[in-house]
Design a protein around this ligand. Structure first.
Ligand SMILES: C[C@@](O)(CCOP(=O)(O)O)CC(=O)O
Ligand code: SF4
Length: 395
């Protein structure tokens, strides 16, 4: 990979150890994937934040990287969800030892200049690249959104690579950064109207089929941004999709080369219904309903508030989101309505990266196919998959 004189000096440690180690990662990646050079990025999104997933070894790595204080992110770089609500962990029943470690991890990232935004939907709260920007994002659902819906360009980075890119402000130029790799290779015709949890089921079906390919969707009805985030999350979790196109919806659909695609698939109402059924692992009633995978938008919170207003919820309810979205929900009175019904808006964390398996829960109700896919494997708990209004039970 070609390096400029300055980049070579960075590799030689002339700008400090943090930058040298970060360049090591970027150059190794570039060499493995045949990148021609490094390219400037405008934004980074760094996963690998929960103490549950990175543990003490991860914390040591971060503290070590920050040790000589020589390198900090200079671009807009934000964190993925940690394993607790960073402020209200005690009230919500998170284990103390875990919460202490978790805060140390987030502080270590902040020392490296990464914002404690702590969300998998940073595009809702200020980390919003522009069309065709090169970026380095690692949360898979956010990668799908930023590539597909915004039209910025990123590979599915690992956490350490996105962190290195944030610190250096560059990423190797290969894969989805290049126009020619952003073409569709599967046409998906959905032959029924779809709503709510149908989008997750559709993403689950297609992700499994297409793996790391680029699907091009023709839908019979127009999705909103919440639907697109749900779809992308499912595609990226049952498969390893980083980019999809949608006829008349996503910004690159006209350049996706759909006329050259040979593989065409049809998805029927029966297949979607069957997949919705299959995503539940039990027919027991959920003891915790956990919404916001990916993190909830303000209008998703508003929708839940309208469902629970003036009622009392039987099971526990968490809506996971960022502190920024919750702040507006507080102002709008949605938080109060949800709390009066017995639910909670939980900031920062989520049902997958929180230690919910150690918090007394057994069956988790979710409206996200990604969460339905990961909660059994990452938490060892059962899930029920359905739309919000069918999950919540009232006293
Ligand atoms: C499952 C996931 O959404 C969150 C957990 O990942 P991490 O702990 O941030 O590496 C990661 C992903 O899908 O990229
Ligand atoms: S599992 Fe879902 S809610 Fe948790 S970080 Fe990933 S996308 Fe966000």
């Amino acid at each position: 990979m070609f390096l400029t004189k300055k980049e070579e000096q960075m590799c030689d440690g002339e700008f400090g150890e943090t930058i040298r180690k970060s360049m090591d990662i970027l150059v190794a990646l570039g060499d493995i994937y045949g990148a021609s050079k490094l390219v400037d990025i405008t934004s980074a999104q760094v996963s690998g934040v929960s103490y549950k997933t990175i543990g003490d070894a991860g914390l040591e790595y971060l503290e070590d990287l920050a040790r000589d204080g020589s390198g900090k992110a200079t671009i807009n770089a934000s964190l993925n969800p940690p394993g607790t609500d960073l402020d209200n962990w005690k009230e919500l029943g998170f284990p103390e030892e875990f919460a202490i470690k978790q805060n140390q991890i987030v502080d270590a990232y902040a020392n490296l200049g990464i914002y404690k935004t702590c969300t998998c939907t940073p595009y809702l709260v200020g980390n919003v690249p522009r069309f065709a920007d090169h970026v380095s994002w690692s949360e898979s659902s956010a990668v799908a959104f930023v590539n597909s819906v915004i039209g910025a360009r990123t590979n599915r980075e690992g956490g350490p690579a996105a962190l290195a890119a944030a610190i250096v402000g560059k990423t190797p130029l290969y894969g989805f950064h290049l126009e020619q790799n952003r073409k569709a290779n599967l046409i998906v015709n959905v032959d029924c109207k779809i709503n709510g949890a149908d989008f997750g089921a559709l993403g689950y079906i297609i992700g499994k089929f297409v793996g790391g390919g680029v699907p091009y969707f023709n839908l019979m009805n127009s999705p909103n941004n919440n639907d697109l985030k749900t779809l992308g999350a499912a595609l990226a979790s049952s498969g390893s999709v980083a980019l999809y196109h949608m006829e008349n919806i996503t910004p690159e659909h006209k350049n996706a080369g759909k006329d050259d695609v040979e593989d065409i698939m049809f998805v029927s109402r029966d297949q979607i219904n069957e997949t919705r059924q299959k995503l539940s692992t039990t027919d027991k009633k959920p003891d915790l309903i956990c919404l916001g995978c990916p993190h909830a938008s303000l209008d998703e919170i508003k929708q839940v508030a309208s469902i629970v207003q003036g009622k009392t919820i039987k099971n526990k309810l968490w809506i996971c989101t960022s502190v920024s979205v919750k702040a507006t929900s507080d102002r709008m009175g949605y938080t109060k309505i949800i709390e009066q019904a017995g639910g909670n808006i939980v900031c920062d964390t989520c049902m997958v990266v929180a230690p919910i398996e150690d918090m007394g829960f057994e069956v988790i109700g979710v409206n996200s196919a990604k969460a339905a896919n990961y909660v059994p494997s990452m938490c060892g708990l059962d899930v029920v998959y359905n739309d919000v209004e069918n999950l919540i039970q009232f006293k």
